[in-house]
Design a protein around this ligand. Structure first.
Ligand code: HEC
Length: 158
C-alpha cells in the first residue's frame, strides 16, 4: 500500500493516498485474528472478505458493524458456508475515529464485490451515534441473526 503511494507521478500518488482508507488500525487491531489479508482462519476466525458489504445495505447493518468492533461477538455463526463458534474480544476500546477507519478500510479494500455502489464511509459521528446503545456480545449475536434473516428475505446472499 505504502509502496503504491510512493511509486508513480507525485500528483497521482497524492490522489491515491487521499482516497485510500487508513489501514493502520486494521493492521494493528484486527489482523492479529483476521489476518492482514482479512481471510481469517477457516473454522476459527471468519473471513471479512466480501461477506460484509451486504450488511451495509440492510436496515441496521451499519450499526451492527459498529457494534461488532465496539462490543465484540460471541456464539455460533456461519460465514461463507463455514461454521464458527468463537468469541471476538477487543482488549482495548477503539476510539470513534479508529472504529470508522477500521470499518472503512475493511469494506473498501476487501468487500468491493458486495459493497453497495453508493456506499458512504463511516464517520466518527456515525460510530458515536451507534454506540449510544450498549449491547452485549451475546445480544449482538441475536441481532446478527435478525439481519441475516432480513437479507435472506430480500433475496440477498452473503
Ligand atoms: C481476538 C481476535 C479478534 C480480533 C482482535 C478481532 N476479531 Fe473480528 N471476529 C473474531 C471472531 C472469532 C469472530 C467470530 C465470532 C463468533 O464466532 O461469534 C469475529 C467476527 C467479526 C465480524 C462479524 C462477521 C460477520 O460475518 O458477521 C466482524 C465484522 C469482525 N469480526 C470485524 C473485526 C474488525 C474490523 C476488527 C478490528 C477492529 C476485529 N474484528 C478484531 C476475532 C477477532
Amino acid at each position: 500500500m505504502i509502496g503504491r503511494c510512493i511509486v508513480g507521478l507525485a500528483a497521482l500518488a497524492i490522489a491515491i493516498c487521499a482516497n485510500a482508507a487508513d489501514g493502520s488500525i486494521f493492521v494493528q487491531r484486527c489482523a492479529v485474528c483476521h489476518l492482514e489479508s482479512a481471510t481469517g482462519s477457516p473454522g476459527f476466525v471468519p473471513p471479512l472478505t466480501d461477506t460484509l458489504g451486504y450488511y451495509v445495505a440492510a436496515d441496521g447493518g451499519r450499526a451492527y458493524l459498529v457494534r461488532v468492533v465496539s462490543y465484540g461477538l460471541t456464539g455460533p455463526i456461519t460465514v461463507a458456508g463455514v461454521a464458527y463458534d468463537a468469541t471476538m474480544a477487543l482488549y482495548a476500546p477503539l476510539s470513534d475515529q479508529q472504529a470508522a477507519d477500521a470499518l472503512n478500510y475493511v469494506l473498501t479494500q476487501f468487500n468491493t464485490k458486495s459493497l453497495p455502489a453508493q456506499f458512504k464511509p463511516f464517520t466518527a459521528g456515525e460510530v458515536h451515534g451507534a454506540r449510544q446503545e450498549k449491547v452485549s456480545a451475546i445480544e449482538l449475536h441475536a441481532a446478527r441473526q435478525a439481519l441475516i434473516d432480513e437479507l435472506a428475505r430480500a433475496g440477498k446472499h452473503r
